[in-house]
Design a binder for this molecule. Structure first.
Ligand code: GLY
Length: 558
């Protein structure tokens, strides 16, 4: 085990190598944490396929990247097999049976500010373990225990605390709003773990052992489930044993868009990302890029207008398909609809988002994405989340993992939409057992039946737009993957009616010209934290890049 620790320490020391590309012939994992990418690649080397590596990487991230990697949250997986077949697995969290559409409202029917993102009632029934178990059972190759054991080792033997996690540890010591977080980054002597000190998580290791030994039932039934239910009941939560027993991951057909000879495979709802991405790609396909060259005023205007339209449609129409029988998915993703949306773009003037219609609620930006490809060319694009950074910041000390606060992704107040971004359309109001709408957009782009790009990112609403621009950068502008990831990004989400742009990356002249057209521009920090792999089919090489904004991230191949 000492050797393993030295290995991980060495890997972490090399983690800050910048944003260059990694090349490999046989397989690759790109994730937000280099130790987790290393675990996934080790599984590939042992003969595991992309699903096996994805399962092991996801569980490792639950240990090494606890701000978003999780077993207490949920997510989506897009899987393209080497025979060109594509499927997706939905393991999004669900509203508990005791949830109701008015659960976050006061006696006047107004939202109790913050209530849908704080406390145990903000926790959705977790889906991650069910999703990973389902994926492995149906598509994996190696034994389940082989995939869970590396995460147990990381939790039990510990990992050197990175600078990023150390900063979080300090923050939660000083500003912690829960006992759980105040005690989360402790060493065996009960003191705060220091940077580079080995950080162990024995309670999490025990929970993972239950999952290793009993599979899905090791989380949703038996002692772990009983402790979740006990903890919830004692502390005002509403998730019960029945909620846990009833949770199932769902295999769904992917949604498919096309762009100039490429196929784009994405999640169907309850992800809104797939539909919006296809709609925006369809709009862009109609553009003449000679008149709107990359990063020109016309280009930024066009992208913002495409985003504005897709986000308005998203707000109006999308929600869990199992609770909305009439989602107009075909229409929203059709080329005809894009023509109509493109036709009313004024090339001289910004449109105005109609605040009497639909807007967006704030949602969390602390999700995490990873991309995997194996020797046979099977590809996995997986995004999962706790919603906010460290989710609800609540958990049972006996179990050692953090619960999500994903209930905040529902529309909290039926029928009430306002300018600040609260939205009340019916498709995404709370109903027991419904999945909340998500922006997560794990994506695989293929050409001639083979993947050429595996991509995704965290970032709340910005996810959809950063994936959109990165896909365009690769397939329209032929950028190498690291350049596509690092290139300037913007974000428009209908309401608030403004373009966010990455500060210092858009020229002041372009900003002025856009303002003259009627756009409002607001500088922001980096948008997205993309993890991508491109496949150079000619040279049979996998090329991976992790966003330079991910301090502990990395692409590992072999
Ligand atoms: N929690 C972020 C999302 O699902 O979009």
């Amino acid at each position: 085990m000492k050797i393993k620790l030295i290995f991980f320490t060495a890997i972490l020391l090399f983690a800050h190598v910048g944003n260059t590309q990694t090349y490999a012939k046989n397989g690759m994992v790109v994730s937000d944490n280099i130790a987790a990418s290393t675990v996934g690649t080790a599984i590939l080397k042992q003969g595991g396929n992309a699903i096996d590596a994805a399962v092991a990487t996801a569980l490792a991230l639950a240990v090494t990247h606890p701000q978003a990697g999780n077993i207490g949250g949920g997510g989506f997986l897009v899987y393209m097999k080497s025979d060109s077949d594509v499927t997706t697995i939905d393991f999004r969290e669900k509203a508990p049976l005791k949830a109701s559409e008015t659960m976050f409202l006061d006696e006047n029917g107004s939202l109790i500010q913050g209530s849908n993102h704080n406390g145990l009632q903000s926790v959705g029934v977790p889906g991650t373990v069910a999703g990973l178990f389902f994926a492995h059972k149906k598509y994996g190759k190696l034994p389940w225990i082989t995939l869970v054991q590396p995460a147990i080792d990381l939790a039990e033997q510990g990992v050197p605390l990175s600078f990023t996690l150390y900063q979080h540890a300090l923050y939660y010591k000083e500003n912690g709003d829960s006992d759980f977080m105040a005690n989360y980054f402790k060493n065996e002597a009960g003191a705060l773990v220091q940077m580079d000190e080995i950080w162990k998580q024995p309670a999490l290791a025990n929970t993972l052992k239950s999952i290793r030994d009993k599979g899905k039932d090791g989380f949703y039934k038996g002692k772990v489930a009983k402790e979740i239910a006990r903890f919830m009941k004692k502390n005002g939560g509403i998730i019960t044993l029945k909620d846990l027993e009833k949770y199932e991951a769902i295999e769904r057909a992917p949604m498919k868009g096309t762009y100039k000879g490429h196929d784009i495979y994405v999640m169907a709802p309850p992800s809104s990302g797939g539909v919006a991405l296809i709609e925006m790609m369809n709009i862009m396909e109609l553009a003449n890029f000679k008149e709107a060259p990359f990063n020109s005023t016309a280009y930024v205007h066009l992208m913002a207008e495409a985003m504005r339209r897709a986000f308005a449609d998203r707000a109006e129409h999308l929600g869990d398909p199992d609770f909305n029988s009439d989602l107009p998915l075909e229409k929203l993703t059709s080329k005809e609809f894009a023509k109509n949306r493109y036709a009313n773009i004024d090339w001289q003037k910004a449109s105005v988002s109609d605040s009497t219609k639909f807007g967006q609620i704030y949602d969390g930006t602390n999700t995490t994405h990873f991309s995997v490809i194996d020797r046979e060319g099977n590809a996995v694009s997986l995004t999962y989340t706790l919603e906010h950074s460290y989710g609800s910041r609540l958990g049972s000390p006996k179990l050692g993992f953090i619960f999500n606060n994903e209930m905040g992704d529902f529309n909290p107040q039926p029928g009430y939409t306002n300018n600040n971004g609260v939205i009340g359309s019916p498709a995404n109001i709370i109903v027991p057992e419904k999945r909340m709408l998500s922006s997560m957009t794990p994506t695989i782009v293929a050409k001639d039946g083979k993947p050429i790009l595996i991509i995704g990112t965290p970032g709340g609403r910005t996810i959809i737009n950063t994936v959109f621009q990165t896909v365009l950068n690769v397939i329209e502008f032929n950028m190498p993957v690291h350049k596509a990831i690092e290139a300037m990004k913007i974000h428009h989400q209908w309401l608030p009616d403004r373009i966010l742009y990455e500060k210092d990356l858009l020229s002041p002249d372009t900003i002025k010209a856009l303002e003259a057209m009627g756009h409002t521009l607001v500088g922001s920090g980096q948008l997205g934290r993309l993890m991508g792999i491109t496949i150079d089919k000619e040279n049979k090489v996998y090329i991976g890049a992790s966003d330079s904004s991910s301090p502990d991230g990395g692409a590992i191949g072999y």
